[in-house]
Structure formats: structure tokens, C-alpha cells
Ligand binder design. Sequence first.
Ligand code: PRP
Length: 206
Amino acid sequence: MINIALPKGRLGNKAYKLLEACGYTISELMDESRKLVFRNEESGVQYFLVKPTDVPVYVSYGVADLGVVGKDVLIESDADVYSLMDLGIGKCRMCVAAKEDYVEDKSRPIIVATKFPNIAREYYAKEDREIEVIKLYGSIELAPILGMSDVIVDIVETGTTLKENHLKVFEEIMPLSAQLIANKTNYKFKEKEIREVVAKLGEAIK
Ligand code: PRP
């Protein structure tokens, strides 16, 4: 039995479609329900539906052998897991954005609002620029609009949220997409089964 942590929501649905194409089917998973565990003896798979930011936690504790997680969440979590493959879904960019007329004041630290403080700190450390981080959990775009921060470090997918709030991208930090991750110990014990999942996913992505 392979245990897979799937992020609830759009990315999880896309990932499930890929896994379904590989034969790891549990059709009731797509039904509207509050169920969190789905098991299918025949397909040899068990899915856990978890909050996207918790996927690396379930995998690093080994209760899930595999997990599907955005690269943003994975890097931010710093979890000690294997990254097995890029699934080519959930593509977007991690960017620095600010008000369209933003001009940096080099005489003081940049105030950065973000859901990703580790990514923001690492990026600005490389730029040799001092920052002050304001950690937020959503609607990040509000911070510069209200003058609480100078910039945001956030995900940009279509760019619609920025546009509708008169913000623009100033720098691109990295491209992002969904990754298949594995628990390191479980990988040793279930290497054959996990390799099979990876091979089938590789075919399905093609
Ligand atoms: C994410 C991100 C941006 C938005 C970008 O937010 O934080 O706000 O999506 O997408 P776009 O470029 O296609 O407009 P999410 O939808 O996760 O909601 P949140 O504000 O609650 O974080």
C-alpha cells in the first residue's frame, strides 16, 4: 500500500487526475465530502487530503510515503524529504511585487510582506539587502496598498491579482511547480513500489 498526501484544492485535484491516469483510482475522492482518508486495496493506494502547507509534514513524519506539494511550500518548509520529480502542474512564479510607482529607499531595510519568510530572507540575503519581514497568511497584496509594507514576495500565476490591485512584478525569484516528494526511510522500504509510481507518472505527464 502506497500512502499519498494530496493537497486539498485545485492542485490536489490536478495531481489526482494524473494519479488516476496511472491507475491509482479512488473515484469517490472527487465527490464533495468531508472525508480525509481514501483507501483502495485493489489499486494499492491510500490518499490523505491535507492542507497544502502540511504536505511536507505528513511526508517527513512518514505517515505518507509520497506527497504532492508546490515548490514554494517545499522550499519554505525546509523538510528533509526526497524530491522525486517535477509534476509539471501548478506552474507559477515567486516574485517581488510592489505598487506600480514604487521606488526603493536604499537608506533603510525593505519592508516585505509575505507568506514565505524563508524564501524572502534567502533571496534578499543573496542580494545583500537588509529586510524586515511581515508574515501574513493571505491577501498579501493588501500590505503595500495600505502602506504596511514596501513590497510583497508572493506567488504570481496569471498576474490578475496584481493587476487588479495596481501592483506590478519588480523581480522574479524563481519558477514554481508541483513536486512529488517522498519520505526518506519509507523510500528504502518501498523503493520498488515508489519507483513504479514515478515511472507511471512520467508516462502520464508525457
Ligand atoms: C495566491 C497568491 C496571489 C494569487 C496569485 O493567492 O498569493 O494572491 O494567488 O494568482 P494570480 O496571479 O493568478 O492572480 P491565493 O489564491 O492562494 O489566496 P490567498 O490570498 O488567500 O493567499
